[in-house]
Design a protein around this ligand. Structure first.
Ligand SMILES: C[C@@](O)(CCOP(=O)(O)O)CC(=O)O
Ligand code: SF4
Length: 365
């Protein structure tokens, strides 16, 4: 940890109350990661709340997903090692909705770039975008080096963004993705009139996926101190639509629709069940969310199941080995998923808003 502090230029450490560990999927960390975790599992005990990012499969229904036995064995060993050290089995990228909610001003050490940007921006907690190893060291020591987004001077807005129009959730993803591409290290002010939980999540996820945006402000909505930004830009609807084209490599004829990047909130699942009501899927639909919501979804899911969609827990479309399940073309509404599905999983991607997806890939009952 001392060496880590000197690399990042930190002079001091912050005492932390929580970590969020990414790098849980066997598809991402492989044999090397599995071995490393099993080697340290009996030697390390976590001192603070430690939640976990999605794993490479639904930890209960993995056989239904078509996950090979060998993959499942490796994944279960990773999960066991993390739990032995004291991690909480949340397996979600929205841990702030599943029991790990930092307070305003609190320093934490979190992985998962979308969650880091969400808690910095929406809650006013403080974290840098950390790698898995560092979050494990922080969990074992209870400290993290104090630099970057832990410090006031790095949380000051430097770019005022004026979108021409935001008509649906996809536009929020595209707006932040556009800013992350062109201003990857900025602290933007998004001048938007409203932002639901889903929209706040989309802004957090997309700006960190195309760039390294760890924090944004929204006047009247996010709690951090605002000041005038040095630079100001307009983002037109045309900018958003041409970005959608760039992120899409096909148009119609998908193998699989994947929704839930980041993991869907309860409100989004409710909204989806209403959109699906009275319709039937004509392709495979997979939905990803946190295991913690499972009992609550019991009463909502009949509409989703009748539609023909499947809900998976503990995992997501990016960290499960979709390409090994014979899938080649996927459709999503998340710009972050679009990027990682093509770059990490090597899949063809179609990016559409949720209503367009339902219209294109389902029919009235
Ligand atoms: C792409 C991502 O959301 C999930 C995959 O990362 P990991 O395997 O959990 O480290 C991680 C991130 O954006 O920080
Ligand atoms: S759903 Fe998206 S944000 Fe969540 S872990 Fe998967 S890639 Fe990351």
């Amino acid at each position: 940890m001392e060496r880590e502090a000197s690399i990042s230029g930190a002079q001091r450490f912050a005492r932390i109350k929580s970590v969020h560990i990414s790098g849980v999927s066997y598809a991402t960390i492989g044999e090397a990661g599995r071995e490393w975790l099993s080697g340290i599992a009996s030697k390390i005990r976590f001192k603070v709340t430690a939640t976990t990012n999605p794993a490479g499969m639904d930890l209960i229904s993995w056989r239904d997903m078509g996950i090979p036995e060998g993959f499942a064995r490796g994944q279960i060993e990773i999960v066991d090692s993390l739990i032995e050290m004291g991690a909480l089995p949340t397996f979600t990228c929205t841990p702030y909705l599943s029991g790990n909610l930092p307070a305003y001003g609190e320093s934490v050490c979190w992985g998962e770039s979308s969650a880091v940007a969400f808690i910095n921006s929406v809650i006013g907690a403080r974290s840098n975008r950390e790698g898995a190893t560092k979050t494990i060291v922080a969990a074992a020591t209870g400290y993290t080096p104090l630099y970057g987004k832990h410090l006031d001077e790095n949380r000051v807005p430097d770019l005022a963004v004026y979108p021409e129009s935001l008509e649906n959730l996809l536009h929020y993803y595209l707006l932040a993705y556009h800013i992350g591409l062109h201003y990857p290290d900025s602290v933007p002010i998004y001048n938007v009139k409203r932002a639901s939980l889903a929209e706040l999540k989309a802004l957090a996820a997309a700006g960190a996926a195309s760039g390294s945006i760890e924090m944004y402000h929204i006047p009247g909505i996010t709690p951090n101190k605002l000041s005038d930004a040095a630079k100001s830009i307009q983002v037109t609807k045309r900018d958003l639509l041409s970005l959608r084209e760039e992120l899409s490599s096909f148009d119609g004829g998908t193998d699989l629709v994947v929704l839930g990047c980041p993991h869907l909130s309860l409100q989004e699942i409710k909204g989806l069940s209403d959109l699906m009501n009275g319709r039937k899927a004509i392709v495979k639909f997979w939905i990803f969310t946190a295991r913690a919501f499972m009992p609550l979804i019991e009463r909502l899911k009949w509409k989703i199941e009748r539609f023909g969609a499947r809900i998976w827990y503990d995992t997501c479309m990016v960290v499960s080995p979709l390409e090994e399940l014979g899938i080649k073309r996927v459709t999503t509404n998340s710009a972050k998923a679009a990027k990682y599905l093509s770059s990490l999983r090597g899949l063809e991607v179609e990016l559409l808003d949720i209503k367009e997806i339902i219209e294109r890939y389902s029919a009235p009952e």
